[in-house]
Design a protein around this ligand. Structure first.
Ligand code: DGJ
Length: 302
């Protein structure tokens, strides 16, 4: 699969899973993301909400479409997932305690003024997920976001807040269905979004982008010894051609296979979002320094 391009599923259709994440469950991989498989609304850089796609794979290369894990609610114009709204960056985690899957996603109105998150649950990985809440976490605005599950099973919502000025790290309850009230604000006034998090050799790493809409900019990574500790901005981890523009992409998620970490990127095509491409790049840690070299192809986790 050529990094930076739109990828095809096993039926030969363009994979619609933007702003997504990949998780592993019982030896299978699941890729969730925004289904933008329609034309942009005329004169805008938005596509009506269709829902969150789910794809499954045994090898991270051949992806079978499993359908919409969370569907837009076409019938109720007041629904937070009505087609006229915005539903972005879905992230799914498995909850051991309840043996279910919990999805978090950025929910907004078309002008991005609501700034909230949605939570949905399902008993099976491919859905159907039921939306159980749409609100502002800890009564703070929330736009780009991710979910990170720590080694002890505690999960966190990381979200840009204060109109993207600052990043919040908010602990979730044991069901992963809500924040539990404990949060910290980090990288204050740094204006970062598109957070993607991992833990390596006892250090937490967070890759973010700058805030330039759909246009690429320099990625920056931060590190901290504690997830809710003091995060320090370190450097642009990208290496190679177009590294100052995140290879013309934007971070969305870090997943792990056999201890190795991989960064997922979106390559947005603002004027025709359904044609936006993807990349998956292996992350290297050289003496604790996070480095993400460009690779032309993604051939699975080797
Ligand atoms: C940048 C974000 O990272 C995307 O998810 C999307 O919200 C665009 N901004 C909208 O301009």
């Amino acid at each position: 699969m050529k990094n930076g391009h739109i990828w095809k599923d096993t039926d030969g259709n363009a994979i619609q899973a933007h702003g997504g994440c990949i998780i592993e469950h019982n030896g299978k991989y699941y890729w969730y993301g925004e289904n933008k498989g329609a034309d942009n609304c005329p004169g805008t850089s938005r596509v009506d909400v269709i829902g969150v796609s789910c794809y499954s794979s045994d090898d991270l290369v051949n992806w079978k479409y499993e359908g919409l894990a969370l569907k837009a609610d076409k019938d109720d114009p007041k629904s937070p997932i009505h087609p006229s709204k915005v539903a972005e960056r879905p992230k799914v985690i498995y909850n051991e305690k309840n043996n279910n899957f919990v999805m978090w996603l950025h929910l907004d109105d078309a002008s991005y003024t609501f700034g909230g998150v949605g939570t949905a649950v399902s008993e099976s990985p491919a859905g159907p997920f039921r939306l159980i809440a749409a609100r502002q976490p800890n009564r703070q605005d929330s736009r780009d976001m991710t979910i990170f599950k720590d080694t002890d099973g505690t999960a966190y919502l990381l979200h840009s807040k204060d109109w993207n000025k600052t990043m919040n790290i908010a602990r979730l309850n044991e069901d992963y269905t809500d924040v539990d009230g404990m949060y910290v604000s980090v990288m204050q006034d740094q204006e970062r979004e598109a957070p993607a998090v991992c833990m390596h050799d006892g250090m937490y790493y967070m890759v973010t982008s700058g805030c330039t809409g759909w246009s690429p900019n320099s990625a920056l990574y931060a590190e901290s010894k504690y997830i809710m500790g003091k995060w320090k901005l370190i450097d642009n981890p990208c290496e190679g051609k177009n590294s100052r523009r995140t290879f013309n992409g934007q971070s969305t998620y870090i997943f792990e296979v056999n201890g190795k970490k991989y960064l997922m990127l979106d390559h947005w095509v603002r004027e025709d979002l359904k044609t936006s491409g993807y990349s998956i790049l292996p992350i290297e840690f050289r003496d604790g320094i996070m480095t993400i070299p460009w690779q032309d192809e993604w051939n699975g986790a080797k």
